[in-house]
Design a binder for this molecule. Structure first.
Ligand code: NAP
Ligand code: ZN
Ligand code: ZN
Length: 347
């Protein structure tokens, strides 16, 4: 067993604090990764505070993991010692259902195994995430990360990156389309970068005046304060696709009204409470309300390779592990530009 330093939540109300546990010894298909950086996703807050229910403690959050391969099992072919590697939101799945066979392990019919806040598939032990010095993961669930990318800035690609890339690709966002990105946090800023890179005309909706100039710098052609009802209503019937990344309750009907006929409002943000959607917002214009969850392994690798080719990474604020609780509080105040990333050398 491998003694491992980490940060964990011991209950829904306790702060994230130093913790230690043991990783399993790597098996023949396992990869041992020394974690250099781990991004801080809003999901880490929802889960460590049990905002969605069913949280398991002690919980070591973190699913935007980047590091260096230390050693590999005898059957591993994907990576070798010394390679840069990443681990995202899940570390196992049934591997045989139609979704897994299609490379959409994120939609495994039997449920994927989350990188943290989950039990191993034999039900015997808890999985611990990336706020830790090392991780042991089956090679199938390990991603290759180019040395061209800065590791701290690349870490958020493993969740914020793929969560925005996957729906933009699935709904074939590209030139000639008007795309809206709602919420400018970790997911939102990657949504802007990708939608712009894919050739769409991008409009960002934000509640934060202080982020308007940044939204333009990140690639938005237009930025609208969501509190400005007049500016919002001018955009009625404008959008082919709107990606909603907001982490707290807000009105979806407004955004349905901004879609063109047959346009899609895709939710990736998961506020703790259910939203109220009026049927008129959908029937008038045959509109689609959709959702999307991270992405499968092949599309995650495709996104990482695209980022290496196009020089796309996150805008990050690197923090020591001891600042994690303060980072959570700042994210809750929307004071994030645009992803906190923990430097694991500070553990
Ligand atoms: P984040 O960095 O905290 O950003 C969320 C942004 O939402 C804020 O910065 C803010 O942007 C906006 N916002 C916050 N409260 C709001 C409110 N009351 N009304 C309107 N806008 C508000 O969070 P994140 O890490 O990007 O995650 C966002 C959500 O996606 C979370 O619910 C998370 O759990 C979920 N998530 C889902 C998936 C998936 O696979 N579907 C994957 C990862 C995360 P402005 O300042 O611009 O308004
Ligand atoms: Zn996440
Ligand atoms: Zn499956």
């Amino acid at each position: 067993m491998l003694p491992t330093k980490a940060y964990a939540a011991l209950s829904a109300t306790s702060p994230i604090a130093p913790f230690s546990f043991e990783r399993r010894d790597p098996g023949p298909t396992d990869v041992l990764i020394k974690i250099s950086h781990c991004g801080v996703c809003h999901t880490d807050i929802h889960m460590s505070r049990d905002e969605w229910g069913g949280s398991l403690y002690p919980m070591v959050p973190g699913h935007e993991i980047i590091g260096t391969v230390v050693s590999v099992g005898s059957e591993v072919t994907k990576v070798k010692a010394g390679d840069r590697a990443g681990v995202g939101c899940f570390i196992d799945s049934c591997r045989t259902c139609p979704s897994c066979e299609a490379g959409l392990e994120n939609y495994c019919d039997h449920g994927f195994t989350g990188t943290y806040n989950s039990m191993t598939r034999d039900g015997k032990s808890l999985n611990f995430g990336g706020y830790s010095e090392q991780i042991v993961t089956d090679e199938r669930f390990v991603l290759k990360v180019s040395e061209k990318l800065d590791p701290a800035a690349a870490a958020p690609l493993l969740c914020a990156g793929i969560t925005t890339w996957s729906p933009l690709r699935h709904w074939k966002v590209g030139p000639g389309q008007n795309v809206g990105i709602v919420g400018l946090g970790g997911l939102g800023h990657m949504g802007i970068k990708f939608a712009r890179s894919l050739g769409a005309h991008v409009t960002c909706f934000t509640t934060s005046k202080s982020k308007v100039a940044d939204a333009q710098r990140l690639g938005a052609h237009e930025v609208v304060l969501s509190s400005d009802a007049e500016a919002v209503s001018k955009l009625t019937h404008r959008f082919d696709f709107i990606l909603d990344t907001v982490s707290a309750n807000h009105d979806l009907n407004t955004y349905l009204g901004l879609l063109k006929r047959e346009g899609t409002l895709c939710l990736v943000g998961v506020p703790p409470e259910a939203a109220a959607v009026h049927a008129f917002g959908l029937v008038m214009g045959r509109k689609h309300l959709a959702g999307s969850l991270v992405g499968g392994l092949p599309e995650t690798q495709e996104m990482l390779d695209y980022c290496a080719e196009h020089g796309i990474v996150s805008d990050v604020e690197v923090i020591p592990a001891a600042s994690i609780n303060e980072a959570y509080e700042r994210m809750l105040r929307s004071d994030v530009k645009y992803r906190f990333v923990i430097d694991m050398a500070t553990l």
